[in-house]
Every structure is written in C-alpha cells, then in structure tokens.
Design a protein. Sequence first.
Length: 144
Amino acid sequence: MLDRIKIFFTKNDKVILNVCNTLSKKYSIKVLYLRVFFIISIFILGIFSIIVYGLLFINLKIKIMYKFIFTIIGAILGIPLSYYFQPDMVQQKIGGIGGYIENFGDIISEKDLIGNVVMGVVVVALIGFVIGYFMDKNENPKIN
C-alpha cells in the first residue's frame, strides 16, 4: 500500500492540472515535496489553498480552457456570496457575511433557503464562465 501512495505522489504525469509537475521542473523541486505541501495546505488553509492552486494553474499558462477553471472558482466563491441572495430577514438575523459563513450549516438545513444558496453559486459560476470565455476568446484569436 505504501508503494502505491509513493507512486501516486511521485509520478511525473498530470495528476491534478499538472501544477506540481510544472513547478517541479521550473524550480528544480521534487514533485513529492510540492504535492505533500499542497495537501497539507488544504487542511490548514482550506478553500483558500484550492483557490491559490487554481490561480497557480492559470499563472503557469497550462493549456486548458480558462472558462473551465473560472467556472470552478466562481462556484467556490458563490458559496459565501450566496449571502446576498438571501432575504433581508435572514441577512439581518445572521448579522453579515461572517455570520452567514459561521451559520452556513444551519442555513443549508432549511429547505426554504437552499434554493437561494444554489442560485448564488450558479450565478457566480456563470459569471466566472463568461470571464473565462472572453479570456479564451482573446487568447486564441481567429486567423483570417
């Protein structure tokens, strides 16, 4: 079992978006160290480290459509931003976006409010998709 884990962390193929492999080649750092670092950072920093990983992916100009990555980032950011899709009564009761994030589990458990959360995630994901679409369009201009 330990051999399988070591093979997963040290192989040079793409595992998730090829960020660690690209950084490894660019800065002469072992792939194993980078992958372990990102996994530990997910447990320490949570969603922030996933966003940083996505931004590294974009910054490294790995060839994939921007609309895909911006849709995912938009969906992730849509969770806290769904606060603005909640009724005024809920916003006043919770006391701001910080309270919304703290009480997110309770909000999800109420069936009447789940639609607002889903709508917020979808709207921000669509905004991310549109941004990525135009970035893809500008990156690959048509040749006449």
